[in-house]
Design a protein around this ligand. Structure first.
Ligand SMILES: O=P(O)(O)OC[C@H]1O[C@](O)(COP(=O)(O)O)[C@@H](O)[C@@H]1O
Ligand SMILES: [Mg+2]
Ligand SMILES: [Mg+2]
Length: 334
């Protein structure tokens, strides 16, 4: 029987993979396994909505703004409802912090897991049939099970994640995640409706030829990032920018590259959110041999102070991200 590098048969379903991984841990309770299955189920439901979004009346704005002051797209709201419902029904989660909810969403106090989620990433690309995604981080609560979930439970640094990942709704739909033991990718087999192991032990090349930044904001960037962007051009690198963080990150992880969303004159803290965008991808990147920083500090070591805080974000191939840090440090000294 053909086996992959994990010794698992080709075509291993996500369910079987999770079960096998659980069996490798003597004290595993199955709760995290069930939670990963719940996220995969919600991902399949969203995938179905995304695939036919042009046909249904689910395109366009929902008519309300989220806590960031952004116009919520209908699919942002639908994805948020679907994920929270799947996590509630799955019965493993005590609280959720979501991009689309200002406050903590309290679920089952008798559970130990907390989920931070960006239900629909790349909202500006929903209506134009460009790849979009979902991003999730999983933590264990620090407060006693059965008691109230506290801010402290939610505001944990990324180093405390027990699992993290993303779902990419692209030409194929993929679930990519880590529990701190490498990164694996599963492709949705539409006729089976099953996520099937397709990318084992994913790694990010230390170097690459791709830089991803919204150059439309070039004049808003700090001098260090303007210089780095020009340096990339001088090196003859290729510019690629989809405008969906998950899709830009995924491409650069596979091919080698760096994604930059710096702070700007307008957005001094940057745009991307630490708890439900940056921490998850930083965990994945590091597990794949890549790197993620805010320009001077490892993303995973940033101590969060608010649920929806933003951070400058530089992620991807190790040597390329280190070059960004070099440029930022140089300007800071100048
Ligand atoms: O349009 P900009 O400023 O380049 O921002 C694009 C970035 O904003 C995001 O759309 C923010 O995420 P949401 O769509 O989840 O709000 C990222 O996916 C993307 O990388
Ligand atoms: Mg997002
Ligand atoms: Mg979003």
């Amino acid at each position: 029987m053909n086996k992959n590098s994990l010794g698992l048969p080709i075509g291993t379903t996500l369910d079987r993979f999770i079960k096998k991984k659980q069996d490798e841990f003597e004290f595993a309770t199955g709760e995290l396994s069930q939670l990963l299955r719940d996220i995969a189920l919600a991902g399949k439901i969203i995938n179905r909505e995304v695939n036919k979004s042009g046909l249904l009346d689910i395109t366009g704005a929902y008519g309300s703004k989220n806590v960031q002051g952004e116009d919520q797209q209908k699919l942002d709201v639908i994805a948020n409802i679907r994920f929270i419902r799947a996590l509630r029904n799955g019965g493993q989660v005590c609280a959720v912090v979501s991009e689309e909810d200002e406050e903590i969403v309290h679920l089952n106090p008798h559970c130990r897991y907390i989920v931070a989620i960006d239900p629909l990433d790349g909202s500006s690309n929903i209506d134009v049939n460009v790849s979009i995604g979902t991003i999730f981080s999983i933590y264990r609560r620090t407060s006693p099970i059965g008691g109230p979930v506290t801010e402290k439970d939610i505001l944990q640094p990324g180093t405390e994640q027990v699992a993290a990942g993303y779902i990419l709704y692209g030409s194929s739909t993929m679930l990519v995640y880590t529990t701190g033991h490498g990164v694996n990718g599963f492709t949705l087999e539409p006729s089976l409706g099953e996520f099937v192991l397709s990318h084992t032990n994913m790694t990010c090349p230390e170097d690459g030829e791709i830089y991803s930044i919204n150059e439309g904001s070039f004049h808003q960037f700090d001098k260090s990032i303007q210089d780095y962007t020009n340096w990339c051009k001088d090196q003859g690198m290729t510019a690629r920018y989809i405008g969906s963080l998950v899709a830009d990150y995924h491409r650069n992880m596979l091919k080698g590259g760096v994604y930059l969303y710096p702070n700007t004159k307008k957005a001094r803290e940057g745009k991307l959110r630490l708890l439900y965008e940056c921490n998850a991808l930083a965990f994945i990147a590091e597990q794949a041999g890549g790197m993620a920083t805010n320009g001077s500090k490892r993303i995973l070591e940033i101590a969060p102070t608010t649920f929806h805080q933003r951070t400058p974000f530089y992620i991807g191939s190790k040597n390329m991200v280190e070059k960004v840090v070099e440029f930022v440090a140089e300007k800071a000294e100048a």
